[in-house]
Design a protein around this ligand. Structure first.
Ligand code: NAP
Length: 239
């Protein structure tokens, strides 16, 4: 697998799946543009990438703010001149509770973080990818964006919306040689809040690196191959 020379914007790169994907992409030769809100974690990531012989820059970005997203794309293009890959790994569950216990503000935040952010980043990279006539967008959905579970209804709704958005945009972009894939991981051993699985369960979950491997695989397929959707589950659990 090689991503040599590819410029890859990875949102949610400050932790979890995004962090692991940024590390793996850099090891595979990509130039990583790491985006999230926590500047110090991005700087640590980029320092680590450089220490291991890779290339990366950090652009602190709140992806729920379209102006900051435009700045992320402008910075990438002015420093690196191209955008080959966008990985949308930002996400938020917020809490586990019956639906009537979610406030309007919480619903709004979950929607903004999981859905609107992907609309903003996708909209912002499309002109460049269309003009290059190449590009790959990988959206990190969730198993619960295909088959919902109780007590995280806003998150399930947001991930179902992401699935639909991805399917529609994939069809719009195919004529331009730009491809959209959605990955649907099962529960993964990250620090995503508010999940705190017992150690015994945690050991059997997917790792962030497992999911990163699947994302990198999607981005390094031969140009004749297209994978629209990819479920990824632990061999040991149906979570
Ligand atoms: N962990 C799981 O079990 C699991 C399973 C299936 C799917 N997923 C999906 O995988 C993705 C990553 O989850 P994870 O487990 O890696 O969670 P995580 O460790 O909590 O990472 C979430 C990332 O999103 C970033 N983020 C949140 N709000 C943001 C905002 N407004 N602007 C910019 N960045 C923002 C966070 O960075 P900052 O706080 O620095 O901004 C962080 O880097 C999510 O889409 C999640 O739904 C996770």
């Amino acid at each position: 697998m090689s991503l040599k020379g590819k410029v890859a914007i990875i949102t949610g790169a400050s932790s979890g799946l995004g962090y692991a994907t940024a590390q793996l992409f850099a090891r595979e030769g990509a130039v990583v543009v790491a985006a999230a809100r926590r500047r110090e974690r991005l700087e640590w990531l980029v320092g680590d990438i450089a220490a291991n012989g890779g290339q990366g820059i950090s652009v602190p970005t709140d992806v729920t703010d379209p102006a900051q997203v435009e700045h992320l794309i402008d910075q990438t293009l002015s420093l690196l001149g191209q955008i080959d890959i966008l990985v949308n790994s930002v996400g938020m569950v917020l809490k586990v509770a019956p639906v009537e216990q979610f406030s309007s503000a919480e619903w709004h935040d979950i929607w903004q973080t999981n859905v609107s952010s992907v609309f903003y980043t996708t909209r912002a990279v499309i002109p460049q990818m269309k003009s290059q006539r190449s590009g790959i967008i990988v959206n990190v959905g969730s198993r619960v964006g295909k088959s919902a579970v109780p007590n995280i209804a806003p998150f399930c709704a947001a991930k179902f919306a992401l699935t639909g958005f991805s399917q529609a945009v994939a069809q719009e972009l195919r004529p331009y040689n730009v491809f959209v894939s959605t990955i649907f991981p099962g529960m993964t051993n990250t620090n995503i809040q508010p999940f705190k699985p017992a150690a015994e369960v945690r050991r059997q979950l997917l790792t962030a690196d497992d999911v990163a491997q699947a994302i990198a695989w999607l981005c390094a397929l031969p140009p004749s191959v297209r994978v629209d959707e990819l479920p990824v589950m632990s061999r040991h659990l149906d979570l």
